[in-house]
Design a protein around this ligand. Structure first.
Ligand code: RFL
Ligand code: PHB
Length: 396
């Protein structure tokens, strides 16, 4: 088999890249090791930046998002028993974010790919990448007991944090930057009306909590939990009781509870692999970097990587400018590190790290300071809605 770009992983990064390349007339095949149903069952992100909304529309997969997604012009930060609204639109020059689940994004991209007739291979086993430092890279995998070799011009590693592409890079060529946080998030999805119209990020002496949503009848809530915690240790009742303790009283009073329809624990991590290009192998999205979910940046960063990669591949194929591929890593990493900083800052300001009373007062002062001035609100708003995409420098 042969294609121009072999894409490893059918998460949002792989699917979005596949669709943008297809629109540009660049042939691609996606190789995924799980089933399509499994990929769709993962409940993850819920907040899309403007740049990602635009990309989905460009990919021909934005129609349902525009119909069913909800634009949000503000978020709430709660601390010291009160709530402060950050007016995202006012402080970011008119931008807002879209609340639309990652599951739905994935669904829409799968549908668009199907309609385009582009090829995806699900449930591929033993996926491996080879010869990416040569002009003839290859991907091998087995499917239904048969060994398959896929020859290509380029490989896009869109296989997430636990994927194989990053692990295939020689150890002396890659540099890893990492911070693991001493807590996790316990998330619950419930068929109940959201407690508020906008997201509430809560700092509390018992730990962080987040009230989010998917639709007017589907809520998503999180509480900070211990890393050793298991889902079994958290009955629905224990979850709702703990959430109510961590949000302002009026919010707790109006919270509608119900049975959880999904419950999971996610560890929190900051991680960056540099560079993101190794010969003809490109790392994209979670395969190259992880942020703690506090800033709602993970999926959005995957989208900005995809934007840059699709632009440089387009230049390489259509404008015969393969030298522009060299810009991929540096362009992505500049935006990634800013999002890493914001996600780390949001995590530091909102979570409980210890019982240290000094640290707690500093956190409270930090939240008072940032919400107490236009400059502070602006820095939160412009990062939350997403910093601008950097374009490829075609001069010279
Ligand atoms: P994914 O989604 O992990 O997809 C990778 C795909 O590759 C497949 N794969 C392989 N395929 C072939 N061969 C192999 N050897 C393979 N190994 C793995 C996997 O099966 C999978 O299908 O990575 P991608 O596409 O880079 O997308 C990244 C996002 O999924 C991720 O950044 C976000 O979900 C992070 N995130 C959030 N991001 C936001 O922008 N806004 C949010 O509000 C937000 N909330 C969250 C989040 C992540 C969370 N968790 C559970 C980590 C909330 C949570 C709780
Ligand atoms: C979610 O709705 O899952 C969500 C929203 C905002 C975040 C993280 C997760 O910062």
């Amino acid at each position: 088999m042969r294609t121009q770009v072999a894409i490893i992983g059918a998460g949002p990064a792989g699917l979005l890249l596949g669709q943008l390349l297809h629109k540009a007339g660049i042939d691609n095949i996606i190789i995924e090791n799980k089933s399509a149903d499994y990929v769709l069952s993962r409940i993850r992100a819920g907040v899309l930046e403007q740049g990602m909304m635009d990309l989905l529309r460009k990919a021909g997969a934005g129609a349902r998002m525009d119909r069913e997604g909800h634009l949000h012009e503000g978020i709430w930060l709660s601390f010291l028993g009160r709530r402060e609204r950050i007016d995202l639109k006012q402080h970011s020059g008119g931008k807002s974010v879209m609340v639309y689940g990652q599951t739905e994004v994935t669904h829409d991209l799968m549908d668009a790919r199907m309609a385009a007739g582009a090829q995806s291979v699900y449930e591929a086993q033993d996926v491996a990448v080879h010869d990416f430092y040569t002009e003839q890279p290859r991907v091998t995998y087995s499917k239904d007991g048969r060994e398959v070799e896929l020859q290509c011009d380029y490989i896009a590693g869109c296989d997430g944090f636990h994927g194989i592409t990053r692990q295939s890079v020689p150890a002396d060529a890659i540099k890893i930057f990492e911070r693991v946080y001493p807590f996790g998030w316990l998330g619950v999805l419930s068929r109940t009306p959201p407690v508020a119209d906008e997201l509430i990020y809560a700092n509390h002496e018992r730990g962080f909590a987040l009230c989010s949503m998917r639709t007017p009848m589907l809520s998503r809530y999180y509480v900070q939990c211990a890393l050793e915690d298991t889902v079994d240790a958290w009955s629905d009742q224990r979850f709702w009781d703990e959430l109510k303790r961590r949000v302002p009283e009026d919010v707790a009073d109006s919270l509608v509870t119900g049975p959880s329809i999904e419950k999971s624990i996610a560890p929190l991590r900051s991680f960056v692999a540099e560079p993101m290009k190794y010969g003809r192998l490109f790392l994209v999205g979670d395969a190259a970097h992880i942020v703690p979910p506090t800033g709602a940046k993970g999926l959005n960063l995957a989208a900005s990587d995809v934007n840059t990669l699709s632009e440089v591949l387009r230049a390489a194929y259509l404008d015969k400018r393969p030298e522009l591929l060299e810009q991929y890593s540096a362009i992505c990493l500049r935006r990634i590190w800013k999002a890493e900083r914001f996600s780390w800052w949001m995590t530091a300001a909102l979570h409980k790290f210890s019982d240290d009373p000094f640290a707690r007062r500093i956190q409270e002062a930090e939240l008072n300071y940032y919400t107490g001035s236009v400059a502070g609100r602006t820095t939160i708003a412009e990062n939350y809605v997403g910093l601008p995409y950097e374009t490829v420098d075609t001069a010279g």
